[in-house]
Design a protein around this ligand. Structure first.
Ligand SMILES: [Zn+2]
Length: 292
C-alpha cells in the first residue's frame, strides 16, 4: 500500500484499472492518486518538445506580439484574467511560475511589469521561455531550485499540482519562498465535475467494460486528482489559508481530441455551468504565519 500524501493513511481502494495505470482512492480522506506516484522520474523524462507540441498550440505562441489576428484563445484570456485577479491583491513585484512550461503566462506577466521567474522540469520548455521571451528559469523540481526564504510576491502553479509526485512537500517549499504577505494562485481539474461524474458512472455501470471516457480524463501525467475538499485540505496541510476557491469550465483548447470530442466537451460544459460543477478549480491562498 502507498502512503496518502494528504492524510498519511496506508489504505486505498482501486477505482479504475487502465492497463499499467491504476487509479486509487484513499479510504480515509478520499484523495485520488495513481500507482505512478512512486515513479516520478520515469515520467519526468517525457516532458520533451513533443509533450508540448502534442498538446496546445498556445505553448508556441507569443501572446504579446501575436494575438492571433485579434482572436485570442480562451486559455490566454484566462491568464490575463488571473493576472488581473492577482494584481487586486499584489500590484507588482517578483512572480514565480512553477511549472512555467514554455513561458507564455510569464510573458504576459512581464508585459504588465512583473519581474518573472520560471521553474519547470522540462529543459526544453525552460530553454524556449528564455529564447523566446527572455525569461530566466530553473530546470528541475521546485525543491531543488533553492530560492531564498520569503522571496516572491506571487507564486503561480497553473495546471501543475496534479503533476507533482509529493504535492504537500512541494507546496511547503512554495510557502517557504513566498513573502509573508505574498499570495499563490493555483488551478487543477475538479474531481467533482460533471464530466468526471459521468465518466465514473459509465465505468461503474458497465463494470469497467466501457473505459473510453475514464481514459480521456485519467492519464499517466496526472498523479493526483483533487476534489474541492481535498484541494483545500492539501493547501491547508502545506501551511496556506485559502482565501478564494472558485470553479470554471475547461478552455476548449485544453480539451484534447477530435473535433467531435471537443463538441461533446462544449455540451458537457453547458451542464457543468447549470449544476455548478465545472471542470477546473482555481484557488488563491496566502501564507499562514503561525505554526499550522
Ligand atoms: Zn488520505
Amino acid at each position: 500500500m502507498l502512503e496518502c500524501n494528504l492524510c498519511e493513511a496506508k489504505s486505498q481502494r482501486s477505482r479504475y484499472h487502465l492497463d499499467q495505470l491504476e487509479i486509487l482512492q484513499c479510504t480515509n480522506c478520499g484523495l485520488i492518486f495513481t500507482n505512478l506516484v512512486e515513479k516520478p522520474d520515469e515520467i519526468a523524462k517525457d516532458y520533451s518538445r513533443n509533450y508540448f507540441k502534442e498538446r496546445d498550440e498556445y505553448y508556441f505562441r507569443n501572446p504579446v506580439e501575436d494575438p492571433l489576428r485579434g482572436v485570442e484563445d480562451s486559455n490566454i484570456l484566462d491568464f490575463k484574467q488571473w493576472l488581473k485577479k492577482i494584481e487586486s491583491y499584489k500590484p507588482a513585484g517578483k512572480i514565480l511560475d512553477v511549472g512555467c512550461a514554455t513561458g507564455v503566462f510569464l510573458a504576459l506577466a512581464k508585459e504588465r511589469g512583473w519581474e518573472p521567474y520560471g521553474v519547470d522540469i522540462s529543459g526544453f520548455a525552460v530553454g524556449h521561455a528564455r529564447k523566446r521571451f527572455g525569461i530566466e528559469g530553473f530546470v528541475g523540481n521546485i525543491t531543488a531550485a533553492k530560492f531564498p526564504d520569503n522571496y516572491f510576491d506571487v507564486i503561480t502553479l497553473l495546471d501543475v499540482i496534479e503533476h507533482f509526485s509529493n504535492p504537500v512537500e512541494q507546496l511547503i517549499e512554495v510557502r517557504r519562498i513566498l513573502k509573508h504577505d505574498g499570495i499563490v494562485l493555483l488551478n487543477t481539474p475538479n474531481e467533482k465535475s460533471f464530466m468526471k461524474i459521468l465518466a465514473h458512472g459509465i465505468y461503474a455501470i458497465t463494470l469497467g467494460r466501457i473505459q473510453y471516457p475514464v481514459r480521456k480524463l485519467y492519464h499517466r501525467y496526472h498523479l493526483y486528482y483533487f476534489s474541492p475538499k481535498t484541494f483545500q485540505q492539501t493547501l491547508e496541510k502545506s501551511g496556506f489559508e485559502v482565501i478564494e476557491l472558485t470553479k470554471k469550465t475547461i478552455p476548449l483548447v485544453k480539451a484534447r481530441g477530435l473535433r467531435v470530442e471537443k463538441i461533446m466537451v462544449k455540451g458537457l460544459s453547458f451542464f457543468e455551468k447549470i449544476f455548478h460543477c465545472e471542470y477546473e478549480l482555481i484557488s488563491i491562498a496566502r501564507k499562514r504565519e503561525k505554526k499550522w
